[in-house]
Design a binder for this molecule. Structure first.
Ligand SMILES: [Zn+2]
Length: 147
């Protein structure tokens, strides 16, 4: 990914306690560009597309919203819990404000948790969040969960 975003500024905002209490990096100590590149490679290796994955997660979130905060079964195989948005959160790259919601999608042993901002980070910045971040969208887990 080569865009004219200020990666250094974004990285600072991703640290715990800046935009959110837990931040976006988890226990990952790699530079931001390495995290993004490694996940881009993994997406390619797994045959995943960032836009298609983001669309699938977005669709599941919208279906899950019908549960009004209670977990509901979606598409006969996913347990989706969609918590209402409370306020907004800026993208660490500084290109927009996103609802501060939390959606969890579970199938079998796998669970992913994400927000509108997570989907934007995935779509536009190819950023799945650092290892150990509670909101990390791990490519291997996404592949098992969605396809
Ligand atoms: Zn952004």
């Amino acid at each position: 990914m080569k865009m004219n975003f200020d990666e250094r500024a974004a990285y600072e905002k991703m640290k715990a306690g800046v935009l959110t209490s837990t931040g976006f990096l988890g226990s990952d100590t790699r530079p931001l560009s390495d995290i993004v590149e490694a996940d881009e490679e993994l997406f390619r290796a797994l045959g995943l597309d960032f836009n298609i994955v983001a669309e699938r997660l977005d669709t599941l979130a919208r279906q899950g919203a019908e549960g009004l905060g209670e977990p509901i079964t979606v598409e006969g195989q996913y347990l989706v819990k969609s918590d209402e948005a409370r306020g907004k959160l800026p993208c660490p790259y500084g290109d927009g404000l996103y609802h501060k919601n939390a959606v969890s999608v579970q199938k079998g042993e796998d669970t992913v948790i994400y927000s509108d901002l997570s989907l934007h980070l995935l779509r536009v910045h190819h950023f799945c969040q650092g290892q150990g971040s509670p909101f990390r969208l791990d490519p291997v887990v996404l592949k098992r969960l969605l396809f």
